[in-house]
Design a protein around this ligand. Structure first.
Ligand code: UD1
Length: 352
């Protein structure tokens, strides 16, 4: 199969490219090599040496038309990621993520390319799944400053105010994007679903949980926590763990994420639909555990639990990996222990 990987010079896109090449597929990469993200490479960006590379912007129809020539499927990884800094980020997020996806889908329609795998995110859920002993599954309201300042980090039952227990979020959970990035990821899913329904294409949305691994970008306002901790250790500083460190996440290794993309490209749902899948390890860990495991494997200072918080952060998001296993045959292979040990000393992406 000839596959166009947008964002194929990036952290996750690069891992997808190697998985596709390893499985014998023909790969073309479309990447803008944004200066805010990519350093100036002496030659080709690492990982793109053996592929056809188109440097250009996914928002430019002529560039995308050219990149789609002869392509059977698109794996759309190009995106502006992270939580963002403030509302001033909105036009850039909406431009790259929403307009870019619209331009890509329109070009796929012109080219007759009917197969799409979309990089989505667990952020479309907002908070994870919570159960009240009395009221069953309940939505968790955003946490107030008063609660957080008092060190009450777990969201209470919206009906009775009692403590909730957390559980695995499934793909049919209510969607509740809570920041700009999340809103654009959900918009991408909606656009892809509309494209599939209109033109009869097949679309898979892969809702990545917390991806980590070699070549992760360094600490920026847009980085996930694993990169932030790793960058601190490299600078000789202790990882700073927010809240009480007991917030739960599912850390999934980038090589597993790449395998999920490969499976999704090779499987594909029924024509005319978008099917969403969690991409997760199935073994949740706390942020405190990640910090401790990384610090130990790196041989650096032990983490400090600060009690600070970021407004807008969710408390626990843990995924059910069942649907991806049943329908795509995807099961994560890299254990937390092995993945973190490798990540503690693996090269990160050089700073731009
Ligand atoms: C992250 C990504 C999100 C992505 C999702 C799934 C960011 C900013 N967020 O969401 O875009 O879609 O994974 O891959 O990239 N924390 C600390 N210390 C720090 C930084 C963070 O303790 O120095 C804590 C946060 O308070 C939070 C947890 O670590 O509780 C996770 O933070 P982070 O990785 O930034 O965001 P996610 O919500 O997990």
């Amino acid at each position: 199969m000839r596959v166009l990987v947008t964002g194929g010079a990036g952290f996750i896109g690069g891992a997808v490219v190697s998985a596709l090449l390893g499985a014998g597929h023909d790969v073309r990469v479309l990447d803008a090599l944004l200066p805010a993200v990519h350093p100036r490479y002496p030659g080709r960006p690492p990982g793109t040496e053996d592929v056809d590379l188109v440097v250009g912007d996914v928002r430019d129809p002529a560039t995308v038309d050219a990149a789609l020539a002869g392509v059977d499927a698109v794996c759309h990884q190009a995106a502006m990621v992270g939580l963002g800094v403030d509302v001033q980020d909105m036009p850039e997020y909406a431009g790259i993520n929403v307009l870019g996806t619209g331009v890509l889908l329109a070009a796929m329609d012109r080219a007759g390319t009917g197969r799409l795998v979309l990089a989505s995110s667990m952020v479309v859920y907002g908070e994870g799944r919570y159960v009240c002993a009395e009221h069953g599954v309940v939505p968790a309201a955003p946490r107030s400053r008063t609660e957080l300042d008092a060190g009450r980090f777990d969201p209470p039952c919206p009906v009775c105010g009692r403590a909730l227990s957390w559980g695995e979020v499934t793909e049919d959970a209510a969607l509740d994007p809570r920041n700009t990035y999340a809103a654009t990821k959900l918009a991408q899913e909606h656009l892809a679903a509309a494209w599939a329904a209109t033109g009869g294409g097949t679309a898979v949305a892969l809702r990545y949980h917390n991806v980590y691994g070699p070549r992760m970008p360094r600490d920026t306002p847009y980085s996930g926590v694993a990169a932030v901790f790793r960058s601190a250790l490299e600078a000789g500083r202790a990882p700073r763990v927010f809240e009480d460190g007991r917030q739960q996440r599912d850390f999934v290794h980038v090589r597993d994420v790449a395998q999920a993309n490969l499976r999704a490209l090779e499987a594909g749902p029924a024509a005319g639909t978008l099917r969403a899948h969690n991409v997760a390890s199935g073994s949740p860990h706390t942020i405190g555990e990640m910090a401790t495991a990384l610090a130990e494997a790196f041989g650096g200072p032990a983490p400090v639990v600060t009690g600070q918080y970021r407004i807008g952060d969710v408390r626990h998001v843990v995924a059910s990996p069942q649907r991806a296993a049943d329908e795509l045959g995807f099961r994560a292979q890299v254990t937390f222990e092995d993945g973190v040990r490798e990540f503690a000393t693996a090269p990160l992406r050089p700073a731009p």
